[in-house]
Design a protein around this ligand. Sequence first.
Ligand code: CAA
Length: 409
Amino acid sequence: MRELLSKQNLDYMDRAREVAEKYVRPRAAELDRTAEYGWDILEALKKYELTGIWIPKEYGGHGAGVLDLCLVVEQLSRACGGVGVAYAVNALGSFPIMLNATEEQKQKYLPPIATGEKLIAFGLSEKASGSDAGSLRTTALKDGDGYVINGEKKWNTNGGQASIFTVYALTDPSRGMRGISGFIVEKDTPGFRLGKREDTMGIRTVSVHELHFENCRVPKSALLGGRAGDGFKNSMMTLDRARPGVAAQAVGLAQGAFEWALRYSSERKQFGQTVMSHQAIQFMLADMATQIEAARQLVYTAARVIDSGAKNVNKIAAMCKVFATDTAMKVTTDAVQIFGGYGYCRDYPIEKYMRDAKITQIYEGTNQVQRMVIGRALTRELSELTANLEVKVEHFADEAAGELVGAPE
Ligand code: CAA
């Protein structure tokens, strides 16, 4: 629905589509097979001035919104979900700096991310602390005028390519999640090293690593925002702003798989006619197209709400993430189904979409966590939503009396 997008939105979308068609699509299968990073694609993104668009103008970016970011991620993911996240994760890594960093930190770290000269990753999860992000164990204890970081991070997307890492650690372990602080760690800091690269099911072009910190000494200037103790909130606010990007990745994947399924079903003949002219397949395609459009509009709405500067965005961000990523899983699975046996083989482009889609239901907060966020928000909004309603509960067991009160005659 181009009519609903601004000139700026369309400009980002069309440029990203051109990069996707010219540079990403021809490389997608190979990057999946070799699990290599598409450095040539990064060069194309630089040429098309699409790197770091979300970074404010005063730090070398475009000052573009989350909606523009989503439009770019969607187009890239339509051709390759791995390239989509390789791009989007730089926003996830830089949002903590944009939201909380000191002026000095912003000036140092944001400009090279804006130009694509440097890539960034986000280090929150640990082996024992995934959904329960507040239970992380990595410590960053004060030592002289700096901090010493010890511990391990897990599931660091972009780990192998990034040279800057936003990392969360306990500066005051006695305060639990209120003792968590954010740090900006540079790749060549002594005591910091990349751990194992995960052998992932999908998004294989981007490397997912463990990060190891062994007496890794960082100066006090590495403390995000120069303040200790607000790291957990900072990470949550970051995720609220980044989750629409995952949702946009999911919409792109669903759209890409759908287009292949549409094309295939218009060419493949069974029982003397194209499979598309069989109502069973036509109805599947109709549902897929409808679900994708619904997901897309929810993602764009969430992005617009964030871009409006609204404070409470966690519910809408979680909603778009849940809906779009569940849609992507369903649509890509149905696309494989439409391809039949061919869909199950790596010779065809379709199974990759399904593999790439699966992670979108998991990372940046599982869809179970998103539902938890939505459910908690509903509890908070309860009195506002239901102020004028009074429900008389008549059918309940009066345990004290041991008899039903108000039971129907
Ligand atoms: N914005 C601002 N503050 C927030 C917030 C938000 N969205 N969510 C919570 N907070 C604040 C709360 O107000 C509370 O503050 P006070 O102590 O002042 O009251 C504090 O944070 C604790 O909040 P909760 O009690 O709600 O915290 P919780 O322990 O119950 O956890 C959670 C909440 C939503 C489940 C959270 O842990 C969560 O989002 N978990 C998922 C983490 C996640 O997404 N990880 C993915 C990491 S990135 C990745 O996948 C890898 C990659 O590289 C792509």
